[in-house]
Write a protein that binds this ligand. Structure first.
Ligand code: NCD
Length: 317
């Protein structure tokens, strides 16, 4: 048993899932559940963060994550600023630390940061007074993605504990995989990573997962099949012979899914490469694919995270 939700979240930042307890994770998920229902009402604007400022600072491209943080902040009544790194002084050579000091002087309440280097978000968080949320750092962590994935699974299958979750594809370059491994372990699920040897980091089992190199063994009796994109932008060199061959061995289509549980659900954090890691028919299968649910729940999870991390400042704890 993973026990009850914590009554408070004792962290100023959300830099990763590693180190969070099951109770703290449940606290965020329970709160997010409430925001899912709230977001389905005709009027969704709240005033919880009225007068507060959330800044999105994305050094890497993003569609879902950036827009859902923007929506989350706005739905809670905050002023949200998207700082486009292309247009900022970072392009002129300003260091990360100088950028942090500059933003700090503007008294924002929460800073949402995505960066291509693992550890950059932590570095920045040490230099500012506000709460920092990691929206993905290199191949390290992407905590809000793992939280929204967990919420999607919990709402669909009723629990996390005891489930078999297969995370498939480019594990090596995936921060989503790492955050999910930490979260699912904390919540008592059984995690498998599935991919070619070139795309599975050595010793990943130390994080608490089984390693499989065939979809047949990796998907056997799985409750959840989570597909990941080949992260070409992080690859230096050739990791797979060709995308056609990759699809043949590791692409998700109905035939490979047959060994999973009959009601196994399919997930993908996006962006998807149809015909590379996932077949279109499977991705669009309304009964089994949770890909659009993940997008919907992403807003609710980010509202919960912004709410929880600003409680001390709002005197709400
Ligand atoms: C992921 C990311 O950026 O790490 N996407 C996302 O946040 N929705 C996964 C990916 O880029 O493949």
């Amino acid at each position: 048993m993973t026990g009850p939700a914590a009554t408070r979240f004792p962290h100023r930042h959300l830099l990763g899932i590693e180190g969070l307890t099951a109770g703290e994770i449940s606290l965020v998920l329970d709160l997010a559940d409430g925001y899912v229902e709230h977001n389905r009402k005709p009027v969704v604007k709240e005033s919880l963060l009225h007068g507060r400022t959330v800044m999105n600072l994305f050094f890497e491209n993003s569609t879902r994550t950036r827009t859902s943080f923007e929506l989350a902040g706005k739905r809670l009544g905050a002023d949200v600023i998207n700082m486009s790194v292309d247009a900022s002084s970072v392009k002129k050579g300003e260091t990360l630390i100088d950028t942090a000091a500059t933003l700090n002087a503007m008294h924002v309440d929460a800073l949402v940061v995505r960066h291509s280097e693992s550890g950059a978000v932590k570095l920045l968080s040490d230099k500012v007074n506000c709460s920092v949320i990691n929206a993905g750092d290199g191949n390290h962590e992407h905590p809000t993605q793992a939280l929204l994935d967990a919420l999607a699974i919990r709402r669909r299958l009723g629990r996390l504990e005891g489930l078999i979750v297969a995370i498939c594809g480019d594990i090596l370059h995936s921060r989503v995989a790492r955050s999910n491994i930490h979260l699912l372990n904390a919540m008592g699920a059984r995690v498998r990573v599935v991919g070619p040897p070139t795309l599975v980091p050595s010793a990943i089992e130390r994080l608490g997962c089984e390693v499989h190199h065939t979809m047949l063994s990796g998907l056997k009796d799985a409750d959840v099949v989570m597909m990941l994109r080949l992260q070409n932008e992080r690859m230096s060199g050739q990791y797979v012979p060709s995308t056609r061959e990759y699809f043949y061995f590791y692409g998700l289509e109905y035939e490979k899914l047959e060994v999973a549980k009959p009601d196994a659900v399919i997930m993908h954090p996006g962006p998807m490469n149809r015909g590379v890691e996932i077949d279109s028919e499977v991705a669009d299968d309304l009964k089994r694919s949770m890909i659009l649910d993940q997008v919907e729940l992403g807003v609710a999870v980010r509202m919960a995270v912004l709410d929880i991390l600003t409680r001390d400042r709002r005197g709400a704890n």
